[in-house]
Design a protein around this ligand. Structure first.
Ligand SMILES: Cc1cc2nc3c(=O)[nH]c(=O)nc-3n(C[C@H](O)[C@H](O)[C@H](O)COP(=O)(O)O)c2cc1C
Length: 191
């Protein structure tokens, strides 16, 4: 039998088509717990997670992120922002905003390691997920300062914490293809 962790790692694929079916609270708690058990420098655990299962809020965040994408300097991102069919969270029933302590120079690493734990925990529960990096166009956009402050207050995000990225979560509508073959020759083993 294959190693169970490796099996989940290989099975996880980004999901972008979700069923309109809510995720049970217990599963949400398991996913968050997995994030909280990620390693962190000096065990600081400098993360904060906002779980949003409110369609209106997710739609609004999607529209606002697309607005920032439209204003970006990158042609591809502009195209994404202008695509009327694109939803930043792919209409997933739930998204988690992964926030990190800005005063920690490694905050994006900390948010990332917690995120991967959450993606794998979701997979172990047969819940699909997608890492949503584009939301940083929203969180880094200087035009959104006031809006972000309002969200931080509403979502109880600690003062010097910043939204690093997000995770879309939900049950998959379709079976997903196996992962493509991995690149070879990406390591050396020295003895
Ligand atoms: C840092 C990071 C940012 C990402 N941002 C996005 C994103 O904004 N939107 C999206 O659809 N997928 C995003 N992804 C998912 C990648 O596109 C996906 O992981 C990659 O294509 C490999 O496919 P797989 O996850 O199915 O193995 C992101 C992944 C990472 C690690």
């Amino acid at each position: 039998m294959e190693n169970q962790v490796l099996e989940i790692i290989k099975k996880r694929r980004s999901t972008r088509i979700f069923l309109d079916k809510p995720i049970e609270n217990e599963s949400i708690h398991t996913i968050i717990e997995a994030g909280c058990y990620a390693p962190s420098g000096y065990n600081r655990q400098p993360w904060f997670f906002v779980v949003i299962s409110n369609k209106e809020i997710l739609d609004k965040l999607s529209v606002e992120t697309k607005q920032s994408l439209k204003l970006s300097n990158n042609e591809h991102l502009q195209e994404v922002g202008n695509n009327p069919n694109f939803h930043v969270f792919y209409n997933a029933p739930t998204a988690i905003l992964v926030c990190g302590d800005e005063s920690d120079s490694l905050y994006t690493s900390h948010c990332s390691v917690a995120t991967q734990n959450m993606l794998l925990a979701a997979e172990s529960l047969s819940i699909g997920s997608c890492w949503i990096g584009v939301i940083n166009s929203f969180s880094l956009d200087k035009n959104n300062k006031k809006l972000i402050e309002e969200y931080k207050e509403k979502f109880k995000i600690p003062n010097n914490y910043k939204i690093s990225h997000a995770i879309a979560l939900g049950y998959r509508k379709n079976e997903i293809a196996k992962a493509s073959p991995r690149k070879e020759n990406v390591y050396t083993i020295i003895k």
